[in-house]
Ligand binder design. Structure first.
Ligand code: MG
Length: 231
């Protein structure tokens, strides 16, 4: 054994479905704008707005809603009817109220790991929304701590794995995003287990660090406990 003390879990698209809800909301957004603008290339315009707005509003549903409104104004040259803006706001609220559905095997895996390690949720996004999702997930009791952060950088992981254990050398991060969960955790000196998800937000893409000795891949969360035994 490697002396692992702490396991960090990303939440969105690692513990529960998330991106698919955003994709459905984006489809609703496209349908709303179709009568008022050329929706060819709309996704790219929306992604540009999201990328710009991370620096102003951070991650999550509220930031996404503001990006949809901004894009609606842009692509209609300011002529988007106010009822459409109301509908976009409603779509954003629906996203914030969407039921949380955990992936198969999540509860069993957490139950198997609980007590042997400190289990910590490490997620970025909107504080209010992430707290709501965790509270309604039915799995919050498995965790020793929850950390909702504005950005996942190497120093974020170094700080959190020291706070909740014996530092990054004795920690592993589990998540679906190479860019946010895997690369910065490895850079901090932790282990990292990537669980790819078929839907991953365009701004989270990165190349897999196959040459990194502390990098592992799992096809599903149920593969994490046996993988831990090999570290
Ligand atoms: Mg994620």
């Amino acid at each position: 054994m490697s002396g692992l003390a702490t396991i960090g879990f990303d939440a969105d698209d690692t513990l529960w479905h998330n991106e698919r809800n955003f994709r459905l909301t984006e489809q609703r957004f496209t349908d709303l704008l179709a009568p008022h603008a050329d929706v060819e290339g709309l996704s790219a315009r929306l992604l540009d707005a999201e990328r710009r707005n991370i620096h102003h509003y951070g991650y999550g549903s509220k930031s996404f809603t503001l990006s949809m409104i901004e894009t609606a104004i842009e692509v209609t040259q300011g002529r988007v009817p106010s009822p459409v803006i109301s509908e976009i706001l409603a779509a954003g609220r629906d996203l914030l109220a969407h039921p949380v559905e955990c992936f198969d095997g999540v509860a069993d895996t957490l139950a198997a790991l609980k007590g042997a390690y400190r289990l910590v949720v490490i997620t970025k996004g909107d504080l209010f929304d992430q707290e709501r999702k965790l509270a309604s997930s039915g799995i919050d009791h498995f965790f020793d701590a929850v950390e909702i952060v504005t950005e996942k950088s190497p120093s974020t992981y170094a700080t959190l794995f020291a706070r909740h254990g014996r530092g990054p050398q004795h920690a592993v991060m589990v998540g679906n995003s190479l860019k946010s969960d895997i690369l910065p955790a490895l850079a901090a000196g932790a282990w990292a287990i990537h669980i790819p998800h078929e839907l991953t937000w365009a701004l989270e893409h990165a190349d897999a660090p196959q040459a990194e000795a502390r990098f592992r891949e799992a096809r599903a969360i149920g593969e994490v406990p046996p993988l831990l035994a090999t570290l």
